[in-house]
Ligand binder design. Structure first.
Ligand code: ADP
Length: 486
């Protein structure tokens, strides 16, 4: 079985969020399954960071794609045998700033073309005109809107025999563009309609993926249900309902080489479920680095997140002073909403020895927060899967979450019954409000004070199966099901 995995980011080459973690880990995990006989290659844009990090790079071909001259390169992800097909076009991809936006966070104006080219190259690799003619994929897995046009090109332009899966990592990002792009994207105008890639008079990359792919998947079973409802379907619930039988929810795993307290090279001390003592050394070092009082008895609450409405962290600032009064310490890492950044910065100024606000993206600090904090806070309004709560579970840092998407599927609230039967792994809010967040944090803190009870919850989380191996098997089943569809 030959599988092409099309993505706009992949760890460790380039990362803005969970999609990169999945793209870096899932293909690797599938390859390692003893039941998988075949090969997987990634296809992605050749951003500067990607070109700098790829190993064993070879030039395969120069091709014209949507009027752009692109060089197709192959290489491998450092430390792995995973092959990557990178699209090199300096004007499109080698820019200062992020994969989707400039240094000020403003989306690149030509994103339709940048990800149109990615989608078109992915589809060409599945066609008779492939730049890699000796490697014809049986199946392509496309991920999020950036690759959504690929299934459309395959069906409408190439008559491709390769089967396709479109995976939704977040339905909120749709890649909607003005109809003026139709010609430049070489999309047949006849399909710019409700039964096609049109979405309220715009070209929707996401809808194209949902409409034309043979099978659909998303990153948790609960989110698979939620996106078929009006409240979380972002206007696409009707289409998703009609494709309900083709939609599978598979919870993400975690890369246990990257996210493992026993091996994590970011930490000052490693630890495990059997030998947890090292965790307090990580907390101590973190408290010291942040300028907090070094105190094992002060609860340290951690946050690593994009600061957007989705993540629900705007519920936190108003209740922080009360918790700070009780002796809590807060370490926050993230960026996004400017007003929210300002609220946390203000609190960090007022309570500098109990609140640390770190604006930006720091891989090293994120590992130390997940490991060093006592409790991880993630009150998302919606969460397709979420990875940080999984990291929290694996690192003995029980998460406080809302009952949505992958959070609902991965965290079990602590109550009398779940505590007794050893399934309690965290704390779930009753409603998405500041009051409920406060009550839930207080509930967690009360148990945290009893070290024996807390250890039990940590143990439950740390022994939970979170590795990709488990989820990879479900993807392989989905691949087989997709190959058998007509
Ligand atoms: P999303 O993809 O919606 O942002 P996820 O929880 O699925 O949320 O994945 C987020 C990933 O990005 C995690 O690996 C998380 O640790 C990482 N991350 C988010 N913000 C930061 C940051 N400011 N610094 C470092 N890592 C971050």
């Amino acid at each position: 079985m030959r599988v092409l995995f099309a993505t706009s980011e992949a760890f460790p080459l380039i990362k803005t969020g969970g999609l990169a973690d999945v793209s870096g880990a899932l293909p690797k995990a599938i390859r390692q399954l003893s039941t998988f006989k075949g090969d997987i290659k990634l296809v992605m844009p050749g951003y500067s960071a990607v070109l700098a990090k790829l190993k064993h790079v070879e030039t395969i071909a120069n091709i014209d794609v949507l009027g752009e001259t692109c060089t197709i390169l192959t290489g491998t992800i450092p430390g792995t045998v995973l092959d990557v097909i990178a699209i090199k076009n300096e004007a499109l991809y080698e820019r200062a700033g992020g994969p989707y936006s400039d240094e000020n966070g403003k989306d690149w104006l030509d994103n339709a073309l940048r990800f149109g080219v990615l989608s078109r190259v992915a589809s060409l690799l599945c066609s008779a005109n492939s730049p890699l003619p000796n490697w014809q994929p049986d199946l392509i897995q496309c991920n999020d809107w950036q690759t959504g046009l690929a299934p459309a090109y395959m069906k409408l332009l190439d008559n491709s025999t390769t089967k396709s899966i479109f995976s939704i990592h977040n339905l909120a990002f749709q890649g909607n563009f003005h109809a003026n792009w139709l010609t430049r994207l070489e999309l047949p105008a006849a399909h710019f309609q409700i039964n096609g890639f049109e979405y309220f008079e715009q070209i929707s990359f996401l809808k194209a993926g949902l409409f034309y792919a043979d099978q659909l998947s998303t990153v948790s079973p609960t989110y698979a249900q939620e996106i078929q409802t009006e409240s979380l379907g972002f206007g696409l619930q009707g289409l998703l309902q009609t494709r309900s039988n083709d939609l599978t929810g598979i919870l993400n795993g975690i890369d246990t080489q990257e996210w493992n307290p026993e091996l994590d090279t970011h930490l000052p001390k490693n630890y495990s479920n059997q030998r947890i003592t090292g965790k307090s050394a990580v907390k101590k070092k973190l408290q010291q680095q942040l300028g907090f009082q070094i105190d094992a008895h002060a609860p340290l609450l951690g946050i690593v997140s994009r600061l957007t409405h989705q993540k629900g962290l705007d519920l936190l600032p108003s209740i922080m002073p009360q918790l700070i009064n009780q002796g809590c310490q807060f370490v926050i890492l993230g960026s996004g909403d400017k007003a929210l950044e300002a609220s946390f910065t203000d609190l960090a100024k007022r309570f500098s020895d109990q609140v640390s606000m770190n604006i930006g993206y720091h891989e090293h600090l994120s590992h130390n927060i997940i490991a060093g904090a006592d409790i991880f806070i993630m009150p998302s309004r919606f969460e397709p899967c979420g990875l940080n709560q999984l990291y929290g579970l694996a690192y003995g840092t029980p998460p406080i979450v809302t009952a949505t998407g992958g959070l609902a599927d991965s965290v079990t609230d602590t109550n009398d019954a779940t505590f007794k039967n050893n399934t309690a792994t965290g704390f779930v809010l009753k409603s998405v409000t500041s009051a409920s967040l406060l009550t839930t944090i207080q509930r967690a803190l009360k148990i945290w004070k009893d070290k024996t009870d807390w250890r039990k919850i940590q143990k439950n989380g740390m022994s939970r199966e979170v590795s990709w191996e488990f989820s990879a098997q479900f993807y392989l089943d989905l691949y087989k099901k997709t190959l058998s569809t007509h």
